[in-house]
Ligand binder design. Structure first.
Ligand SMILES: [Zn+2]
Ligand SMILES: [Zn+2]
Length: 202
């Protein structure tokens, strides 16, 4: 009945006395769907995690970094791009609540089925492991660019001819730069290919 997540870190070597510190360097497989709009952590890639775990009264404070491999599309020219990104990890993992006999009791808020607006509960230390997937997800969403660029001066693609532009500020010239001519040419091409005129129906 092992339900240890692939993104779990073993914390059994960290003494529970507050102030104890454990440095952990490990490699974990990237969880699925770690992404923002046009950028994502490469599925199945390995993530280098370097964190300091510190025992505090209520649990374990984790801080450190994760190096992720990102794949994305340039938001101007749509070329595929890849790079490495270091994201900051910071998270408190709380010890599960116990009753007088020391048995673990279900924590308030652990049941997310109601989906209310309550604050998300802190993740818990689970059988001497902490699962960093949640903090990793938060960090990646905060770090990855919403509009990635293949280079800062990518000119994107000409809306008229589809050619790559030298600069975003300098559209190039065409034999006929008047957009009305371009529209007319498109219509003529359609007519030549026998496309019906239904598109223009009112
Ligand atoms: Zn580009
Ligand atoms: Zn063009």
């Amino acid at each position: 009945m092992s339900d240890v997540a692939a993104t779990a870190i073993d914390v059994s070597r960290l003494p529970r006395s507050p102030g104890s510190v454990l440095e952990v360097s490990t490699r974990l497989p990237a969880p699925a769907d770690l992404s923002v709009a046009m950028a994502r952590v490469v599925p199945g890639s390995m993530i280098d995690v370097d964190v300091t775990l510190e025992s505090v009264v209520e649990g374990i404070w984790m801080s450190g970094t994760a190096d992720v491999e990102v794949s994305a599309e340039c938001s101007r020219c749509l070329d595929p791009i890849e790079w490495s990104e270091t994201v900051e990890l910071e998270q408190l993992f709380v010890y599960p609540a116990t009753d007088a006999s020391g048995a673990i009791v279900a924590s308030a808020g652990a049941d997310e089925a109601d989906g209310g607006d309550v604050d998300e509960p802190e993740p818990e230390v689970h059988e001497d492991t902490i699962d960093i997937e949640g903090p990793l997800r938060d960090a990646v969403v905060l770090s990855l660019p919403l509009a990635p660029l293949c280079s800062p001066d990518c000119g994107g693609i000409c809306a008229q001819c589809g050619e790559r532009l030298e600069s975003i500020d300098a559209p190039h010239d065409h034999p006929s730069t008047d957009p009305r001519w371009a529209a007319l040419e498109a219509l003529l091409e359609d007519a030549e290919q026998g496309v019906s005129e239904d598109e223009r129906e009112r």
